[in-house]
Design a protein around this ligand. Structure first.
Ligand code: GLC
Ligand code: MG
Length: 240
């Protein structure tokens, strides 16, 4: 695969997806550019669920697909799994121990997922999520803890997550000096929004991103969903 020169790395639900008209405008704008903008979807969904969404919302197929909150990376039309990333993500991974620890905590429901590349729960309260966080630390289970939307608890391998996956993607698939924009709307996007690349928080973002201060690399759009992405792309790269 040739290295990418322009990249939109975006979350799906609540960011790229949510406003059909805005998405059409964004894609139409990219079509007017001299050089193609590669698409990376970086989502909490698992692969089959992404494919359903791509079909339902008529989304373009991405060049890179990062699923399961940054624990699996696929590339190319046939969605080949990046094995180097998979190796990193499975080295120290203890899903069964995590599930066992969670059994002792009330208010956690295990999410029904097709594999164990991450272990995710729905928490009925912040306290239940906190209790799991503390137990995993006390038992010294290597992991990354992500809490989003006041409900979703994702336990990922150590070194996993959208931020780390994005950095890996950029190191391995993207040219130096490429034009990059990262886009998100909720807590599981935080690490990638703060990874050190131009980034946008769309206007409809969840309250958990409300306190993050904008800076030179982090733009707060006044438009929601894909229209916010377009606004940010023009803010960072409008002159190109
Ligand atoms: C998506 C996924 C869910 C995950 C959540 C937060 O909703 O479907 O499994 O917990 O994102 O990352
Ligand atoms: Mg989202």
């Amino acid at each position: 695969m040739e290295k990418i020169r322009h990249l939109l790395a975006t979350d799906l639900d609540g960011t790229f997806v949510g406003d059909d008209a805005g998405l059409k405008q964004l894609l139409a704008y990219y079509d007017t550019l001299d050089e193609p903008v590669a698409l990376a979807y970086i989502t909490g969904r698992h692969q089959a669920s992404v494919i359903d969404l791509i079909n339902e919302a008529s989304l373009p197929m991405p060049d890179i697909l990062i699923t399961d909150v940054g624990t699996v990376i696929y590339h190319g039309e046939s969605l080949f799994e990046d094995e180097l990333w998979t190796e990193k993500m499975t080295e120290n991974w203890q899903p069964d121990n995590i599930l066992k620890i969670a059994e002792g905590i009330s208010g956690l429901t295990v999410q029904n997922l097709p594999h164990q590349r991450r272990v995710s729960f729905y928490a009925s309260s912040t306290e239940s999520a906190e209790a799991l966080k503390i137990s995993l630390l006390q038992k010294e289970i290597p992991h990354t803890f992500i809490f989003s939307s006041n409900r979703d608890v994702d336990i990922l391998p150590e070194g996993g997550g959208k931020g780390e996956a994005l950095k890996f993607l950029i190191e391995n698939y993207v040219e130096k000096e490429a034009g990059i924009l990262v886009a998100g709307d909720s807590g599981n996007d935080l690490a990638m929004l703060e990874a050190g690349y131009p980034a946008v928080i769309v206007a409809n973002a969840r309250p958990e991103l409300a306190d993050i201060e904008a800076n030179e690399l982090l733009y707060r759009a006044s438009s929601s969903y894909a229209a916010g992405i377009l606004e940010a792309w023009q803010h960072f790269y409008g002159g190109r």
